[in-house]
Design a protein around this ligand. Structure first.
Ligand code: CU
Length: 172
């Protein structure tokens, strides 16, 4: 197989791993707690379908309500609650491209404690044109077997150096 084909696959694989699903811990190292600005936290990231939010808190001291926009605004979860999480370590899979609203429904944590935020989850981005060399037609070359680097978890920079050496040997 030509070296440039191998490089194409390596770039494609690297790109896929770069855009892969991400788990975001809400509040980062602070977790889900009062007196943090979660609206500000939520603007730090771009969330896409397949990502997940991890809510980390002491069970019984907080909870997580996935709510409608109206309930998010009012902090009144009498209705407009889509889902409730209260394990203390909750994973919320972002499965749909839409706006999500989350509050804590413990006492005044939503109204006064800052425990509310909204995120806009977008579809997975398409491959940008020109960013990755087109792979060859599938029937001309069989797909490469999983490389040793993938199976053994050797890091990508090591793999890239090997490919550059291979490329140099092939063309020079
Ligand atoms: Cu709370």
């Amino acid at each position: 197989m030509a070296a440039h084909t191998i490089i194409s696959y390596a770039l494609l694989a690297a790109y896929i791993s770069a855009v892969g699903a991400t788990d975001y811990t809400v509040g980062d190292s602070n977790g889900w707690t009062i007196s943090l600005n979660y609206m500000a936290w939520s603007t730090k990231y771009n969330f896409t379908v397949g990502d997940a939010l991890l809510f980390n808190y002491v069970k019984g001291q907080h909870n997580v309500y996935d709510v409608t926009q109206d309930t998010f605004r009012s902090c009144n979860a009498t209705n407009g609650t889509l889902k409730i999480y209260n394990s203390g370590l909750d994973t919320v899979n972002l499965t749909t491209a839409k706006e999500y609203w989350f509050i804590c429904n413990f006492r005044d944590h939503c109204t006064a404690g800052g425990m509310k935020f909204a995120i806009n989850v977008s579809e997975l981005a398409a491959l940008p044109p020109g960013d990755v060399t087109s792979p060859p037609p599938p029937h001309l070359h069989p797909p490469p077997p999983p490389s040793a680097a993938v199976r053994q978890g050797i890091n990508w920079s090591y793999c890239a150096i090997l490919l550059v050496i291979l490329w140099c040997v092939s063309f020079h």
